[in-house]
Design a protein around this ligand. Structure first.
Ligand code: FAD
Length: 485
């Protein structure tokens, strides 16, 4: 599909979840112009969630991460170009790559994602200190994990906790310390022995977190407390209210210990830094596009230039309910953005982006699912089920409005919550606290009006003194930022 109103070519910078989906959706929508997908990573477009889950344990290999096999891009006439875009020339409508090549665009989509924050302390560059964003990072981490004995995780966000859960579950190689350096073998062995043997404790893991609980900016207190208990029961040690002052080496350039702000030193042969991400906005900023906590876009995901869109982790967009500009970091967000932009480019929509956010995280055998965004700050929590059990949901309200629902091992609640929020079916704290209330039941029989009653057993109404104003589904939650991380 190309006509006078459709651009003759679309260039997408970044071939992660959002970039890939833009190209795929353009073709699905019948777009016949040139589609160029430019990636700084030397890999076929792949998905990142398994990097801190199945891939890290060795249960998945690299090919299983691919969103599509190589033949797909050939069949769909999607040009995959390897290289880093270093400049956007908005007047000439071209992008330039580091190797000097350039590509003209009718429309440009920035899907540049985010990069992990690092620690700004002495020793941060020692070997054995890792971040986790790319398949390359995960491969290195998987190798390191196969022989690690003592891991320190800095930051109790989703990345840190998912890593901790794998580290506690994967049996290290016998004689790990002597086998260090034989990475290839270690990876394969880790791949074969992913499941923890009964009674095996995995690698020793300490999580250091500046705040007083894990996932503090991403989830409510009952959910955070659940994950604290879960990890502790699996042998993870938490040190809350602590920062990192320095990392110390073994004299040969490898990390040996982590010095905390209170002066304590934790021995470590592996350090995972999971302190959030920074959106990759530099290209946009250099091109004079507005950037505020992300590449600023309007509700149609257009930047200040009508020929340039920005999507996914790098884009700060107006939230449907609050109108607040913010980024979200999730697969659903990147895919939803990409689909809307592809529809807009092919002329099938002019609508604003209004999809309901949702997100998941897997830790040990627990699945957390979140839907909605608590970006205004909730003032009441209603717990469905027993928050001290393995399965419950927390409904987050601001006044009489439901903002978000967190479900721990309650997938049916999650699905019902998504429908309720997407369809705008009203649920109040009183409705949710009523005996017999279920999200699914409320979908089919919404409560007729406001009721006042004493909350029944297993339904705790918690008015919150401090709000989660900076909360959003995000794979990583510290340190604070306007970003979800
Ligand atoms: C370990 C991990 C686990 C996760 N788990 C979950 C989960 O369980 N659930 C969930 O919903 N989300 C999860 N996420 C988040 C999710 O993967 C991201 O939100 C999603 O990948 C965002 O897609 P994106 O296209 O915006 O960015 P990305 O997928 O990061 O892709 C951006 C790409 O752009 C490239 N790029 C940047 N600048 C340039 C340039 N100048 N030139 C060329 N290329 C460039 C980058 O190299 C990168 O390949 C996880 C993320 C990580 C890292």
């Amino acid at each position: 599909m190309t006509n006078s109103t459709h651009p003759a070519s679309v260039v997408v910078v970044g071939s992660g979840q959002g970039g890939y989906q833009t190209a795929a959706s353009l073709r699905e929508n019948g777009y016949r112009g040139r589609v160029t997908l430019i990636s700084a990573e030397d890999a076929l477009p792949y998905e990142r969630p398994p990097l801190s889950k199945a891939y890290l344990t060795g249960r998945a290999d690299q090919a299983q991460l691919w969103l599509r096999p190589a033949t797909y891009y050939v069949r769909q006439s999607i040009d995959l170009v390897g290289g880093t875009v270093t400049e956007i020339d908005r007047a000439a409508r071209t992008v330039r790559l580091a190797d000097g090549s350039s590509y003209e665009y009718g429309h440009l989509v920035l899907a540049t994602g985010a990069r992990p924050r690092t620690l700004d302390v002495p020793g941060a560059g020692l070997r054995g200190v890792h971040t986790l964003r790319t398949a390359q990072d995960a491969t290195e981490l998987r190798t390191a994990l196969a022989t690690a004995r003592r891991a320190v995780v800095v930051g109790a966000g989703f990345i840190g906790l998912e890593f901790a859960s794998v580290a506690r579950s994967v049996a290290p190689e016998p004689g790990g310390s002597t086998a260090r350096g034989s990475g290839r073998t270690a990876v394969r062995q880790a791949g074969r022995s992913t499941a923890r043997e009964p009674g095996h404790s995995g690698c020793e893991v300490t999580v250091v977190e500046a705040l007083d609980r894990p996932l503090a900016r991403a989830v409510s207190a009952p959910t955070a407390d659940h994950f604290t208990r879960l990890h502790r029961a699996e042998g993870t040690r938490f040190l809350f209210g602590q920062g990192v002052a320095a990392l110390h080496g073994d004299g040969r350039g490898r990390v040996a210990s982590v010095e905390l702000t209170d002066g304590r030193r934790l021995p470590a042969d592996l350090v995972l830094v999971g302190v959030g991400v920074t959106p990759r906005t530099e290209l946009a900023a250099a091109a004079g596009l507005p950037v505020r906590g992300g590449i600023t876009v309007d509700s149609r995901l257009l930047t200040g230039d009508p020929h340039i869109s920005a999507i996914g982790d790098c884009a700060a967009f107006p939230q449907v309910r609050s109108g607040n500009l913010r980024r979200l970091e999730s697969v659903q967000n990147a895919v939803g953005h990409a689909r809307l932009v592809a529809e807009r480019i092919t002329g099938s929509t002019t609508r604003a982006y209004n999809e309901l956010p949702w997100f998941w995280s897997d830790q040990f055998s627990t699945k957390l699912q979140i839907t909605g965004v608590d970006d205004e700050g909730h003032d009441t929590e209603v717990v469905l089920g027993d928050e001290n059990s393995e399965a419950f949901s927390v409904l987050l309200f601001r006044g009489a409005d439901l903002l978000a629902v967190e479900s721990v091992n309650r997938p049916a609640d999650h699905l019902a919550a998504r429908q309720l929020l997407a369809r705008g079916i009203k649920v109040t704290p009183d409705d949710a606290a009523a005996p017999g209330f279920t999200l699914k039941g409320h979908l089919t029989h919404p409560a007729p009006g406001r009721r006042h009653h004493t909350p029944g057993a297993g339904r705790t109404v918690i008015p919150c003194r401090s709000s989660n104003a900076d909360v959003t589904p995000s794979p990583d939650t510290s340190p604070p930022s306007n970003d979800p991380s």
